[in-house]
Design a binder for this molecule. Structure first.
Ligand SMILES: Nc1nc2c(ncn2[C@@H]2O[C@H](COP(=O)(O)OP(=O)(O)OP(=O)(O)O)[C@@H](O)[C@H]2O)c(=O)[nH]1
Length: 376
């Protein structure tokens, strides 16, 4: 009697979703220099890097072992491949090769975008593709900003403002070429655009991988989220107590509309004047359905203007906090944490938005959440 069983390959199926990080930053801002440095670090051995083939990669001297098709194994143990067509297709191919043990079992993919890319559609694709969302988690968005040309680029290039607005980490590059005190205006401008990102100053791309990765929703090693680091809600409190509003029972702290004495105070045409960030805080547990209706309304009417949303929520009936995050129309599936990180159990939602007024968020939050959707 012949054995009709299918032959099952010995596949290497990951236990946890693999991490995805996106490296973006304007043309010439130092992405490749950073990658070259990172790839020499032993901690990068379980990383696969995908670079756009139109970029000047210049990583050739690091290549040693094998080079099959467009996937290359670097001497650090890191894989490197180029996007020949579709990004999702490239990631799928890489994942399947990992399953079949045709490439080393990487735990993370870093995607370097082209300097001109608007990162929001890329992040949306990564979060919404069903194949990817089952197998990967978006860990961190890293944006390089040139210390010399950064202000000028932000003035002229809308994409560069978006690259800053969606970041978890902002790396100020080429700081060897300027004096520290000349950086203050640019750093303040970056903090105004995106108070939730951690700003690091680097020279010649040198930074430890641990400072860049595991910045996302969930750290698989500790099985927790470092809420403070991720949300940075306290960044809104520091200098902005004067902008607090307590009248709806939730405080608001805002960045972006209020200039803080940097160079470009009077240039009203700047792209970043259209972008601003604020943190909405609510003291009482929130009804999940009402919150869902409010978010759905925001997505439907203003999706493309919601650059980044991050929230830690106290939901009625749930003991532990729920974490949400989204880019424009797409939200990551909500995640429940194991516990509250501290005594502060208020809900906090950080918004980085373009061309939208905070008052609209105030008013609709009030209508949907505080008055239970009674819009009369
Ligand atoms: N002095 C100095 N030069 C730097 C630093 N970082 C990058 N550069 C130089 O700046 C130029 C551009 O850097 P890249 O790393 O190629 O920038 P990129 O963002 O990859 O550029 P594109 O691929 O064109 O988008 C190169 O000549 C680098 O050597 C730095 O920290 N200090």
């Amino acid at each position: 009697m012949p054995n009709h069983k299918f032959q099952v390959h010995d596949m290497d199926i990951p236990d946890e979703p693999l991490a995805l990080s996106v490296l973006t930053g304007f043309l010439g801002s130092g992405k490749t220099t950073l990658l070259k440095q990172l790839l020499q670090h032993p901690d990068m051995d379980e990383t696969a890097v995908i670079v756009n083939e139109f970029g000047e990669i210049g990583l050739d001297h690091l290549l040693v072992e094998s080079s099959s098709e467009d996937i290359v194994l670097m001497n650090s143990g890191c894989l490197c491949c180029t996007v020949r067509g579709d990004l999702v297709e490239t990631i799928r191919k890489l994942y399947k090769k990992r399953l079949m043990k045709e490439v080393p079992a990487f735990q993370r993919i870093v995607i370097e975008t082209t300097g001109l890319a608007d990162p929001a559609p890329i992040l949306q694709t990564l979060m919404s593709d069903p194949f990817l969302s089952d197998r990967f988690r978006l860990d961190s968005v890293i944006t390089t900003v040139d210390a010399i040309h950064g202000n000028d680029t932000l003035d002229k290039q809308q994409e560069s403002v978006k690259q800053v607005a969606v970041a978890d980490r902002l790396l100020l590059t080429k700081t060897d070429l300027t004096q520290k005190n000349k950086l203050e205006g640019l750093i303040e401008r970056l903090r105004n655009l995106n108070p939730t990102a951690i700003v690091e100053e680097i020279e010649h791309g040198i930074i430890a991988p641990t400072s860049l990765f595991n910045a996302g929703l969930y750290n698989p090693e500790t099985k927790t989220l470092d809420v403070q680091k991720w949300l940075k809600a306290e960044a809104f409190d520091e200098e902005h107590d004067d902008h607090q509003h307590g009248h709806h029972g939730h405080g608001h702290h805002e960045h972006g509309h209020h200039e803080h004495g940097h160079d470009h105070k009077h240039n009203t045409n700047r792209h970043d004047d259209k972008v601003h960030a604020f943190c909405l805080t609510h003291d009482h547990p929130i009804d999940w359905e009402q919150l869902n209706s409010w978010i759905q309304m925001l997505i439907t009417l203003y999706g493309s203007n919601l650059l980044r949303i991050k929230g830690v929520l106290n939901i009625e009936g749930d003991e532990n906090p729920i974490v949400i995050h989204g880019v424009q129309h797409i939200f990551h599936p909500p995640v429940m944490l194991d516990s509250w990180p501290d005594e502060d159990h208020r809900s906090k939602i950080v918004f980085i938005v373009r061309d939208l007024k905070r008052e609209m968020f105030d008013d609709t939050f009030k209508a949907f959440i505080e008055q239970g959707g009674d819009l009369r």
